[in-house]
Design a protein around this ligand. Sequence first.
Ligand code: ADP
Ligand code: ADP
Length: 226
Amino acid sequence: MIKLVNVTKKYGNNSLALENVELSIDKGEFVFLVGKSGAGKSTLLKLLTRQEKPTEGQIMVGGKSIVRLSNKEVPLYRRKIGVVFQDFLLLEDRTVFENVAFALEATGTSPKEVKKIVPQVLQKVGLAKKTNSFPNQLSGGEQQRVGIARAIVNRPEIIIADEPTGNLDPKTSKEIMRLLSDINERGTTILMATHDIEVVAYMRKRIIALKNGQVFRDIDKGGYED
Ligand code: ADP
Ligand code: ADP
């Protein structure tokens, strides 16, 4: 599903963020991306969302190179990917329903379909009762559920989550991880960058560790120690 071949990313002339990165993630995998601040995690995620282009190397997603996509092709490509953020990034002046509907409308879904799909997805993330609430009326965990609903509503093949539990307490983090796990078990590939060693330890999924822009370890299941 995701393949990086000899990927190097430099910012400007001397800031080397990623160096000769090789990795391959199969469809349906759940993968943690770990590493200290500055290791290159955000850069890797930005290459996959095509916010950045590699300086060298090849990136394949779903069997197609994304390196040479034209600006016109990028929006269609991005529909394959749902993104979940640490600080949720919800529209504060819109309701839960509207936040999720907005993502569907952006892909040209008809109002009739939007009315049908949004309640189904809110049900799925456990927020059916909060449909008409505004983000500031929700707990952190509930806000992240809205973020996840928004990420899955267009049925992406891949979810990229950047520190999704970074602002949540351990119990709420566990609930959010259970939800991401459910989504993964239905076939969505998940790549999650995190500093949360506790989450990584109990999930027992594949761990890719970056260090100074290189893949430093790639471990099959759990058992992470720095
Ligand atoms: P992480 O997400 O693991 O903290 P980053 O991908 O943000 O790592 O950063 C990797 C390296 O690239 C760091 O040395 C960082 O300073 C550098 N870097 C990241 N973004 C930029 C940028 N826009 N311009 C210059 N250097 C950058
Ligand atoms: P099922 O697999 O039986 O359809 P799900 O729990 O996957 O059950 O889905 C419940 C409802 O939500 C279904 O009607 C499904 O079409 C809808 N649904 C599930 N996931 C999504 C999604 N990512 N986007 C839109 N609708 C979804």
